[in-house]
Write a protein that binds this ligand. Structure first.
Ligand SMILES: [Zn+2]
Length: 164
């Protein structure tokens, strides 16, 4: 850990998306509902020679692209241990006990997560942002923190180390 660490944060504006989901909890399943999600992205690291941690516009561009992938979709926890999830040719079939749903694939983003909690969504964002930042050669960054807010004042966070 460097002695002096700096952070930059981007949020609001276009770092948001509207989506439907149901999370599972202690063997039960929420009713289908939606949120106007808002995303906060923070990166920590040392300063570059130009005295930057990261370019704000890069963070916003990467974050906005991920929000666009989720916007106006059903967020499917493809790896759920509670839901029965079956991929068909043109739709996803999702079953929880006697409740069954059939979603056209065009309306679904199938995420490699076990539950669509704000924490897991934040982790998904963090992993994809890490890949995007690495691809751009951001070697001065030490960690990435993502917050996914489901409603004002109600957010899940994930902090991911960005070791070399
Ligand atoms: Zn919800």
């Amino acid at each position: 850990m460097p002695a002096t660490e700096y952070r930059v944060r981007v949020e609001r504006n276009r770092l948001k998306f509207a989506a439907a989901h149901f999370a599972t909890f202690e063997g039960s399943c929420e009713p289908l509902h939606g949120h106007n999600y808002a995303v906060t992205i923070e990166v920590a690291g040392t300063l570059t020679d130009d005295a930057w941690v990261a370019d704000f516009s890069t963070l916003k561009t990467l974050g906005r692209a991920l929000c666009d992938e989720l916007d106006h979709k059903f967020l499917l926890q493809r790896d759920s241990r509670v839901l029965q999830v079956d991929e068909g040719m043109s739709n996803w079939k999702v079953r929880f006990l006697e409740r069954g749903f059939v979603f056209p694939k065009s309306d679904v983003i199938a995420l490699p997560i076990d539950n669509t909690t704000a924490e897991r969504l934040a982790e998904w964002f963090a992993g994809r942002l890490r890949d995007g930042l690495r691809a751009r050669g951001a070697s001065n960054l030490t960690s990435l923190i993502v917050g996914v807010e489901e409603a004002p004042g109600q957010a899940g966070w994930c902090e991911m180390a960005l070791g070399a």
